[in-house]
Design a protein around this ligand. Structure first.
Ligand SMILES: CCCCCCCCCCC/C=C/C(=O)SCCNC(=O)CCNC(=O)[C@H](O)C(C)(C)COP(=O)(O)OP(=O)(O)OC[C@H]1O[C@@H](n2cnc3c(N)ncnc32)[C@H](O)[C@@H]1OP(=O)(O)O
Ligand SMILES: Cc1cc2nc3c(=O)[nH]c(=O)nc-3n(C[C@H](O)[C@H](O)[C@H](O)COP(=O)(O)OP(=O)(O)OC[C@H]3O[C@@H](n4cnc5c(N)ncnc54)[C@H](O)[C@@H]3O)c2cc1C
Length: 576
């Protein structure tokens, strides 16, 4: 056993709470843990679909690998295991990053949100079996945030009972939709509806863009991949230009509004229901795309910091692990706390979303404005805090953190996208401010928007802390687990306060002495939590397969893994 493995084993021996109990709490119960592990075992024991190191792959190889694994998953593995795309097991499969995230996570749910019963009956079975592969095409080259500015039009042709879809200029071209570039043959396309020259705003249309046999683009369609990005390499974000493309009247997804054959426009629900898909995704992607990513980065950085020996605390004494340095504890442990605290706050948000969908089934959408405010604010605050944290955790691993061998750069490059998609974060914060604080006149409003953004960040952080604090109070668990969760709650709250003492001092909410006490209390908590650090990240229960990290493997064998990984570099195929 290597020295590093022995160090990690010694650390695990001093954890003072039951790690399995905390895993069960994090998962939502022992049965959930059992289900998640069963899925992980099936995935990891099938070489056709298990996670592999993509660090050395080209962009095209990563895309092809993601598509191949996903098609195998749906065509072979799910039927073999007797699972369907809506089985609980599949929700755990999304953790194993593959392609078709937009098809499965956006296109299908939006079809359910916007489609009539007949339209769902027509397209859902095809989508579930991948006979049609869809994208959600809303953003254009020239507009992403300002939806009322979208330029793609859907003009109703009464004579032929068709819609004519057109991008009037280059900036109207759809740009960014995931799975669009090479995979999708259908688009759930958002366009401005026009009847007899009158504009009715953004509406959802089902548009076939490729031939189902040849996969060639249909007439009037120009489609392709937008090129290399910071991350999301397994996803072919694409462009789509439509030139006078005709679709049947029946392809307007008409749960909320329809156009009669004679061109009469009939609205059936609030025009805000068209925004519902964005509320849903903001409410449910945070856990899988931001918080889970932070948990992986914490696992890697904490395990590595416990085995990385560098320097002496006392001259002449043996080298110490970098986790003994207070600065390293300050870099890592508040983000371990953030993972737990935001995980439970996101759970509350998705529960509120599910409650809203039940109210909506009874035609009650009175809760939509508040849910929009909370989901917009949470999406902005959590995605930013998590992605900022992942970058700090990467830097805490020194040189090896800068290598793909650590696994953290790929984790960060995917998580940070959540600050932009589904609503750019600043815009989301301002939406939350508007709904929480009311809309002043546009000029007073723009002049105060910088402060409003900060107010909303504080408002949402307070929601996160109070949600977790009340959750712990109600939680039935052993005392050691409750104690460590209370420490994590206090650490997250204090780290947020200490990062903003200027605001508290400015308004006189805290005195300078109280600010000193808050700072001292945080340092004291770091020392209290330090002995449990490895147990807290082990409790996330990320397998080595899922982490794909030479620094974060469970056994701590960092150096052997690093050297074996580097030797696989394509540049090493030849000595010269
Ligand atoms: C588990 C599954 C995971 C699968 C894996 C997934 C992997 C990741 C895939 C990533 C996919 C990404 C997809 C996308 O990015 S899709 C495109 C997303 N785009 C946006 O979010 C656009 C953001 N812009 C907006 O939301 C609006 O334009 C904005 C709110 C910014 C402004 O709206 P508008 O310009 O119309 O003007 P107002 O501000 O006056 O708003 C009008 C009224 O409508 C209300 N409103 C606005 N938005 C919403 C909403 N979302 N829900 C409810 N209500 C909304 C607003 O409050 C105004 O109401 P009032 O007039 O009553 O005040
Ligand atoms: C990885 C990834 C995947 C995506 N997937 C999809 C997809 O599947 N389907 C899809 O339709 N789209 C998708 N998108 C597009 C995404 O939804 C948009 O990029 C996002 O909505 C932001 O819009 P934008 O790019 O036009 O930014 P802009 O709105 O142009 O933002 C640029 C700057 O202007 C600021 N700004 C804009 N408006 C305001 C305002 N009113 N007040 C103050 N500041 C403002 C913003 O804060 C930002 O700093 C994806 C994007 C990414 C990165």
């Amino acid at each position: 056993m290597s020295r590093e493995s022995r160090l990690l084993e010694k650390e695990r021996g001093q954890v003072n709470f039951n790690v399995e109990e905390l895993t069960n709490i994090y998962d939502g119960g022992a049965e959930e843990t059992k289900l998640r592990r069963k899925v992980a075992d099936v995935i990891q024991n099938d070489p056709e679909v298990r996670c592999k190191d993509i660090g050395m792959m080209t962009r095209e190889e990563r895309y092809i690998d993601g598509v191949r694994r996903c098609v195998y998953l749906y065509k072979v593995l799910l039927p073999r295991e007797g699972w369907t795309p809506v089985s609980k097991e599949v929700s755990h499969i999304l953790r194993f990053c593959m392609s078709f995230g937009v098809h499965a996570g956006v296109f299908i749910p939006c079809l359910l949100s916007f489609g009539s019963d007949e339209q769902i009956a027509k397209w859902l079975p095809l989508a579930m079996q991948f006979q049609i592969i869809g994208t959600y095409a809303q953003t254009e080259m020239g507009h992403g945030t300002f939806l009322r500015g979208l330029q793609t039009t859907a003009t109703y042709d009464k004579k032929n009972k068709e819609f004519v879809i057109n991008c009037p200029e280059i900036s109207a071209m759809k740009w960014w939709p995931g799975d669009l570039g090479k995979s999708a043959n259908h688009a759930l396309l958002m366009a401005q509806l026009v009847i007899d020259g009158k504009k009715y705003g953004m509406h959802p249309f089902m548009v076939q863009i490729r031939d189902l046999t040849t996969h060639m683009p249909l007439p009037g369609i120009t489609v392709g991949d937008i090129g290399n990005k910071v991350g999301f390499e397994t996803t072919d974000n694409g462009f789509l230009h439509l030139n006078q493309v005709r679709i049947p009247r029946e392809n307007l997804l008409c749960k909320n509004a329809e156009v009669k054959p004679n061109g009469t426009y009939l609205t059936k629900a609030s025009d805000k229901m068209v925004y519902g898909s964005m509320v849903r995704l903001r409410a449910i992607i945070l856990e899988s795309e931001a918080v889970s990513a932070l948990g992986k980065a914490c696992t890697i950085a904490v395990r590595y910091s416990l085995v990385r020996c560098q320097g002496e605390l006392e001259p002449g004494k043996p080298e110490v692990s970098v986790m003994e340095y207070m600065t390293q504890q300050k870099k890592l442990l508040p983000y371990v706390a953030m993972t737990y605290v935001t995980h439970f706050a996101c759970l509350k948000l998705s529960n509120q979303y599910n409650a809203f969908t039940r109210e909506m089934d009874n035609n009650d959408i009175s809760g939509l404005p508040e849910l929009h405010a909370l989901s917009a604010g949470m999406k902005a605050v959590v995605s930013e805090q998590c992605s900022d944290g992942i970058e700090i955790l990467r830097k805490s691993c020194g040189g090896h953190g800068y290598s793909n061998a650590s696994g953290i750069p790929i984790i960060w490059s995917s998580a940070v996208a959540c600050c932009t998609y589904e609503g750019e974060n600043t815009v989301m914060l301002l939406q939350c401010a508007r709904l929480v604080h009311g809309m002043a006149s546009y000029n007073a409003w723009n002049q105060s928007s910088v402060e409003l953004v900060n107010v909303v960040k504080a408002h949402i952080t307070q929601f996160i802390v109070t949600t977790f604090a009340s959750g712990i109070t109600e939680l039935e668990c052993t005392k050691p687990v409750k104690n460590v969760l209370q420490q994590l709650c206090a650490l997250y709250a204090l780290s947020c306060i200490n990062a903003s003492t200027g605001d508290f001092l400015k308004v006189g909410y805290l005195s300078p002495r109280q600010c000193d006490l808050a700072h001292e209390a945080e340092l004291e908590l770091l020392s209290c939590i330090r002995p449990n650090a490895v147990g807290l990240v082990d409790a996330f229960d990320f397998s080595d397969d899922l982490l794909q990290s030479c620094l974060g493997a469970y056994d701590g064998n960092v150096y052997e893994r690093l050297f074996a990984w580097a030797k696989k570099s394509p540049l090493n195929k030849t000595e010269v």
